[in-house]
Design a protein around this ligand. Sequence first.
Ligand SMILES: *Cc1c(COP(=O)(O)O)cnc(C)c1O
Length: 390
Amino acid sequence: MTLIASKTETLETPPLLDEPPVPFLDLKAQYSGIREEILRSLQEVADSGTYILGPRVAAFEEAFAENLGAKHCVGVNSGTSALHLALITAGVEAGDEVITVPMTFVATSWAISYVGARPVFVDVDPVTYTMDASQVEAKITPKTKAILPVHLYGQPADLRPLLEIGCKHGIPVIEDAAQAHNATYGDHGAGSLGHCGCFSFYPGKNLGAYGEAGAIVTNDEKVADRLRALRDHAQGRRYYHNEVGFNYRMDAFQGAILGVKLKSLKAWTEARRRLAARYIEHLGGLPLGLPGEAVGRRSAWHLFVVLHPRRDALRRELETRGIQTGLHYPVPVHLQDAYRSLGHRIGDFPVSERVARECLSLPLFPEMTERQQERVIEAVHDAMRNLEVA
Ligand SMILES: *Cc1c(COP(=O)(O)O)cnc(C)c1O
């Protein structure tokens, strides 16, 4: 593979726009590989007459827990719902505080707001963009009821020091593992170490449903029992409700689809890891901030995010070369209008703000072809040369 083409080689390769754009994500490519099995499973659900929860959701829950090395898994209707219920089982109530990060998808903070608590932010570290554990203890007050790190872009946050701090102060750690299916921290599956681990199966996630879905994993049987009740109107016995519950149930079609797709997750994660390694190898010489894995952690490579001070210009250059990209996420949570009342300003969390300003997500999905990745790599080299000249 020639990556930095010389002038003559550039002329020999066909103009990029003769080929369709490289998509950021291609869910249809994945579907075409598992179509028969998916359709068969959907037909079984339709024939069964059980459309919510039921045996297929239960089978998926069991398989997902085992895959992760956790004792229990409770399927729900989204990652946001998973976070909400996890905070309730951690005992977080109105007026409490939850320590989390501003560099995440906003739903992490929504869940804190849903229970009436206040997100208290600490910055991310500049290498992994996950919660900087060294900043956490300074933010603990008598109102702190949970610590909620995010395994951003698929890389687990540094859980050991966070669990130690949580243990010392009696504060549960809840993992937002919505982007980290099959990531590992040491020998453990990401999501299996805290009080609860929360997953999303939004279609674009590493394990995606064909609709909305999520799950909570836990090793605590009492917590699992309460989660099962809470997701289903808090009825231990039908029509008897001992607390305020929710309709957060997973539907049977999603359970069936996830059961089929879980069998491929390992192979898909390996494909992501190979693609990420190739990006790192071939973009290494450029003045770009490249992602890396911390020692002892295996990223699930949900996203491959590079940093560049002229991110928007780089994005436009890639767009004209037929390369679709994404921004995850252009505004950190502490600067969102929805959280104006927290009173934060630009400069409060400099690392998160820099990531938000400079981040650019390159295409990465398990079905990405070698040719597609080669085109992205060539386009990035080419675009960077253009940026230098301009
Ligand atoms: C996707 C995501 C969520 C929310 O999951 P939904 O299933 O969309 O509700 C929460 N946190 C993070 C970090 C996410 O990426």
